[in-house]
Design a protein around this ligand. Structure first.
Ligand code: L34
Length: 293
């Protein structure tokens, strides 16, 4: 079993991006600028946005955190979106999800200028991705493909089983893994909460991507010997062994499953850090495209 080290891989990519930023700076061009909108104070969202801002600093680009209280109305948030769309200094921005229940995620995402949509969530960018046009790829799926590529894990013709059908991970990663490209080209099966006898599918997986949002959902009896496991889940469970009072676990029962795999991503330190570098990559792309439309 080999661990797929997302932390190490993301550090390498950040170094590559820092070199790119140096070149932009040396050429006297505008420093790329990412803005992140955060509504409310969900502790997990705060951690992720803080990690994004920190990563921008590490590679030498500008970032702005736009924080609003849980009570902000949808109309007010749409006004914020309008300002970010119009701000010539902001190359790209994200609206961290989930949003409070009284705000329609769909209406907010539709209001984002597709050219600044570095999460790749706007239907215009989703459509580009699906049809294989150059697009901002959604960060977590792009990070997963990058991990498989950098670990030189063969994907062509393999059976990739995805568990979960969210717009953020399951659906887009199933599309990327089925693309006719060297580091994809899989036969893809998409399973979800309503799949009957899910084990019958997971046992066939050469590559199993788990994004169902249920702690320890995948157990050893569901995994084929030698499979590659990508665990996208991240949950805080109470623990008396840590100072924070919680520990992080994934959608996969790592202890049980790891001995059966050829490769597996840990939680933390697997997919999470890759999500962040994909966002940085999209931001540099956005800045370039704004410079040369
Ligand atoms: N708009 N909303 C928008 N874009 C996104 O790309 C996200 N996502 C998901 C939630 N909502 C979003 C993220 O940023 C999940 N996500 C994310 C980002 C980073 C990490 C995990 C999820 C991450 O850095 N994980 C670390 C541990 C962090 C911790 O200590 O909690 C890891 O090693 O997995």
């Amino acid at each position: 079993m080999e661990l797929i080290d997302g932390k190490k891989t993301s550090a390498q990519i950040k170094q590559e991006l820092a070199d790119e930023v140096q070149k932009i700076q040396a050429a006297g061009k505008k420093i790329p600028h990412l803005a992140a909108v955060l509504v409310g104070n969900d502790p997990a969202s705060e951690t992720y946005v803080a990690a994004k801002v920190r990563a921008c600093r590490e590679i030498g680009i500008k970032s702005t955190e736009c924080r609003y209280s849980e009570e902000i109305t949808e109309a007010q948030l749409l006004e914020v979106i309008g300002k970010l769309n119009a701000d010539p200094d902001v190359d790209g921005y994200i609206v961290q999800l989930p949003l409070p229940a009284h705000i329609s995620e769909q209406r907010i995402l539709l209001a984002i200028d597709p050219a600044k949509d570095v999460d790749g969530f706007h239907p215009f960018n989703v459509g580009k991705m699906v049809t294989g046009l150059p697009a901002y790829l959604p960060a977590t799926p792009a990070g997963i493909v990058e991990l498989l590529k950098r670990y030189r894990i063969p994907t062509r013709g393999k059976h990739c089983v995805v568990i979960g059908r969210s717009n953020i991970v399951g659906t887009p990663v199933s599309i990327l893994m089925s693309r006719k490209e060297e580091h994809a080209d899989c036969t893809v099966t998409l399973c979800h909460s309503r799949t009957q006898n899910i084990k019958a599918y997971t046992l066939q997986a050469d590559i199993l991507i788990v994004a169902i949002g249920k702690p320890h959902f995948v157990t050893a009896d569901m995994v084929k010997e030698g499979a590659v496991i990508i665990d996208v889940g991240i949950h805080r469970v109470p623990s008396d062994k840590t100072a924070s009072g919680f520990r992080l676990v994934g959608d996969v029962d790592f202890e049980q499953v790891a001995p059966r795999c050829s490769y597996i991503t840990p939680v933390p330190g697997g997919v999470g850090p890759m999500t962040i570098v994909s966002l940085l990559q999209n931001t540099l792309l956005a800045a370039q495209q704004k410079a040369n439309p």
